[in-house]
Design a protein around this ligand. Structure first.
Ligand code: DX5
Ligand code: ZN
Length: 216
């Protein structure tokens, strides 16, 4: 499955990029929320997400790179989030925040940064719908894929197979058409791609190419 990251979309022409995701049959819209605190960059908040939601029926995969995400879960649910992913280091009481997200009936994901181990999954994996393996340090689009992510995806897959086979693995950062196959082979179910889709002439064609690659 493919989840185009609109962080790299053309915000002066956003309707066209949403049309491209519809026509290319993207599985999700990946929505990066950054607060200038947990990560060095700032993106946008729930008010903008609510407006974007009017442009498509594709489910919204909301990636919160913000401190104290527990304070904003309700806002993002009301804005139309279908999956909410948080970073364990951004919230003080991880189990409580996971349960809060689930209490709204949306899917919950946990993001693991490149320098972080998978230990946090030991007491959370049964509660998760998604593990988001960050293959770049969070904060910016257009960075290079960190190779050690492949081993981490394989290890995550093992944990998931043993303890929560319905949980999906999503991989975010530096995904291109030429490395997508090895990421899928390592165990990824959902690929996030921002610059590889929206910095190209025809985003729809890029989405279709990713989808074709997943069928092989
Ligand atoms: C990075 C974000 C990513 C970003 C990916 O912090 O979480 O979703 O948009 O961008 P690319 O695909 O360009 O690496
Ligand atoms: Zn992201």
């Amino acid at each position: 499955m493919i989840s185009p990251s609109i962080l790299s979309a053309d915000f002066t022409n956003i309707k066209d990029d949403f049309l491209a995701m519809d026509e290319g049959k993207a599985d999700f819209v990946h929505v990066d929320i950054m607060d200038g605190n947990y990560v060095p960059n700032i993106s946008f908040g729930p008010g903008i997400v609510k407006q974007f939601k009017k442009l498509t029926d594709i489910p919204f995969d909301v990636h919160l790179m913000i401190e104290n995400p527990e304070n904003y879960i309700e806002d993002f649910v009301k804005a139309g989030a279908d999956i909410i992913t948080i970073h364990p280091g951004a919230t003080k009481h991880l189990n409580r925040t996971i349960n809060l997200i689930k209490s709204y009936g949306v899917d919950v994901g946990l993001a693991i940064n490149p320098g972080e181990s998978l230990d946090v999954l030991d007491y959370t994996i049964e509660d998760l719908n998604l593990v988001l393996i960050m293959s770049v340090n969070p904060g910016f689009g257009g960075q290079s894929f960190i190779e050690s992510s492949l081993r981490k995806i394989e290890e995550t897959k093992k944990i998931i197979n043993e303890r929560n086979p319905r949980c999906k693995i999503e991989v975010d950062g530096g995904i291109k058409l030429d490395n997508a196959k090895e990421v899928l082979d390592a165990g990824a179910d959902i690929l996030v791609a921002g610059s590889a889709i929206f910095s190209k002439e025809c985003p729809k064609d890029e989405i279709i190419k990713f989808k074709e690659l997943m069928r092989i």
